[in-house]
Design a binder for this molecule. Structure first.
Ligand code: ADP
Length: 376
């Protein structure tokens, strides 16, 4: 009865809990395979490996601890790094943001000898496969584990940024977009009442997809993304001109979304929302300008976007990814890989898989749609 181990790594994403529930329940109910939950991502794994340190009696003690503290009992004890998951331990968690196993960053995992110790521990525990839910960095770690061991390693894209181009969607994106639409709705009330321009900074370090999707779904007038290249003074003035011109035609407010990954030329160290606010405000207050009292208010939305109630879309995707992960784990000829959504089909792609040539919601297509839908 060799178990499957699961961990969440890197930035948390809504949908991780729904995924854990699905991987555990499918394991127990459909496949009759036990599931071990590793707490705190790779860090928890490394911590357990250090604790055992290759000693046979320490390994026996760890195994006993895992069995003695199955499920919720293990989850409430902060000292436990590895827990045998049961039906109850994933009860009532589907819609909850974050992850009950906890997530972490673990710089040590970049060292081959540290990964070796983690692999050794998993082998000693008789683990047949490791499932890693996380973003780009976590999946790179998983790829290395796949290359360096005989374990089956399955990655599950979980990141609100949607910056993984081999899948249409990652876990967490749908919920984060939902939260951003909610946020924009709130900011619009003030923007309208006070005739203001709101500059809202979204997450998205490498990709502007989250900002784009939020703009499409909320009707935000402008969206500025890293794909557009570094933002120059002239480009910011061009945006300000566009807003001023809309105001001249009778518009009363504007919502501008800027992704956190947008760079500036010359480079800047402050948040993009503040830089844009200063540039806009300076432009609106120039001598002889028609709307000198037009106020620009910046807001960095930050971690708000990572939490909250998981949407049905993410819960369903989590279930589909979990089913796909199990298929790959149990297929004797199946290889390591990452669950992905391609052309609305859940599938497994190899680690290092090239980008989907045409994502259903490509960035370019979204930009075009947004341009035409939000013309003002
Ligand atoms: P995310 O998975 O959300 O992109 P990070 O980039 O911080 O988050 O990665 C999460 C963790 O994955 C890191 O703290 C590290 O433990 C592991 N990781 C990331 N990149 C690598 C790498 N190149 N080699 C080994 N492990 C890595």
């Amino acid at each position: 009865d060799s178990p499957v181990a699961v961990l969440c790594s890197g930035g948390d994403a809504p949908g991780m809990n729904a995924f854990l529930r699905a991987i555990v329940r499918l394991g127990l109910n459909r496949h009759k395979v036990p599931v071990l939950g590793i707490r705190g991502g790779y860090r928890g794994l490394v911590r357990a490996a250090k604790q055992v340190n290759g000693e046979a009696d320490e390994l026996v003690r760890l195994k006993q601890e895992i069995t003695a503290n199955t499920g919720n009992r293990g989850l409430i004890d902060a000292k436990m790094s590895i827990i045998q998951m049961d039906h109850a331990s994933v009860s009532g968690i589907m819609g909850k943001g974050g992850t009950i196993l906890g997530s972490a960053r673990c710089l040590d995992f970049h060292k081959p000898e540290v990964r070796r110790s983690a692999i050794q521990l998993l082998e000693n525990l008789g683990v047949r496969a490791l499932v890693v839910a996380g973003g780009d960095g976590s999946l790179t770690g998983a790829k290395l584990l796949a290359e360096e061991s005989n374990l089956k390693i399955i990655g599950v894209p979980s990141t609100i940024d949607n910056d993984l181009q081999f899948t249409e969607m990652a876990l967490g994106v749908d919920t984060a977009v939902h939260t951003l639409v909610w946020a924009v709705d709130h900011f619009i009330d003030t923007a309208r009442s006070h005739r203001r321009v709101m500059v809202l900074e979204t997450m998205g370090r490498e990709s502007g997809d989250l900002a784009r999707m939020a703009a499409l779904a909320s009707g935000a007038e402008m969206v500025i993304t890293p794909e557009g290249g570094p933002l120059t003074e002239e480009a910011m003035i061009a945006y300000a001109e566009e807003i001023e011109s809309a105001m001249t035609r009778g518009r009363g407010h504007a919502i501008v979304l800027i992704a956190e990954g947008v760079k500036f030329d010359p480079p800047q160290s402050r948040n993009g929302a503040y830089i844009l606010r200063d540039a806009f405000q300076k432009y609106f207050q120039r001598e002889g300008a028609p709307f000198q009292d037009l106020e620009v208010r910046p807001s960095v939305l930050g971690h708000l976007q990572r939490g909250g109630h998981t949407t049905p879309g993410d819960c369903i995707l989590a279930a589909r990814f979990a089913e796909e992960a199990w298929k790959a784990i149990l297929d004797p000829n199946g290889s390591n890989g990452i669950t992905a959504l391609q052309h609305n089909k859940a599938t497994i792609v190899p680690f290092g898989c090239p980008d989907l040539p045409e994502r259903a919601l490509s960035s370019v297509a979204m930009d075009r749609l947004h341009d035409d839908l939000s013309s003002w």
